[in-house]
Design a protein around this ligand. Sequence first.
Ligand code: CA
Ligand code: CA
Length: 292
Amino acid sequence: MLRIESTCKVDRLSRENAPAARCKSGDTVTFATEDCYDGAVSRRGERSCDARMENPATGPLFVEGAMPGGALKVEILSIKTRPWGAMGTYFGKGAFRKYEGNYEMRALEFDGDFVTVAGHRLRLEPMIGVIGVAPMGEAVPTVTPGPHGGNMDCSRIVAGSSIYFPVACEGALLAMGDLHALMGDGEVFGYGLEVSGEVTVRVSAVPKMTLAQPLLLEGGRAMAVASAETLDEATDLAVQALYELLLSRGADRVEAGLLLSLKCDVAVCQIVDPLVTVRAMIPREFLANGGW
Ligand code: CA
Ligand code: CA
């Protein structure tokens, strides 16, 4: 099976990036990934001063058959992480801007599938923070999310889920990194439980699937994931993406609206990246019979 090492990494997603590897549609590929600190934090929580990448993503992978005007389907088969995580503090920023505090780094050891924080034993639920393809326009840093995916920090991108991306260039150029062993919706203190690890995926070209935003299938739900300057704008984009998908399946304009009002749930993915991210979710069967 094809494996891409974590030394093959980028700090921006771009159509100009040279592929780290190539595969056929339907192939299974393992990505070894660094943490968001690019390995600069030790297991004792000490941060080295080496110049490192910010939020690196492993790849990109060129998928034969993936073409502009279509989509790339990425099935997340497994996510494995190292047995400890690192988290920096986030005082003076975002929701914590009113609180002063020095920047500190904490390393947290796992106990099997659990980590203990502030006396609470928490079950780990590994997810992918950064996953995306080359964007349509200019290169986008791997700290920024968008219609190409990227730093969406969506807690539902877990093993067993599938995510579809709109393809901007031949081969799609898939890259991923920034794994979190656990993260709450919002990522309110700036970081997930940051880990290096390995993600195994199956990638498939899906011709003629037009998407405005990434579409995630997980746990019986279909979710449009959208990013923008504000939560209001991101929410609009996510809801519009689902509405357009329903219309593309022949739904009536009014009935599709009624259906969304009744069964679409909106959730915040993250409020800490250069753009914020929202997901709008409907029962998966509403998008059935799409041929994918
Ligand atoms: Ca992230
Ligand atoms: Ca992160």
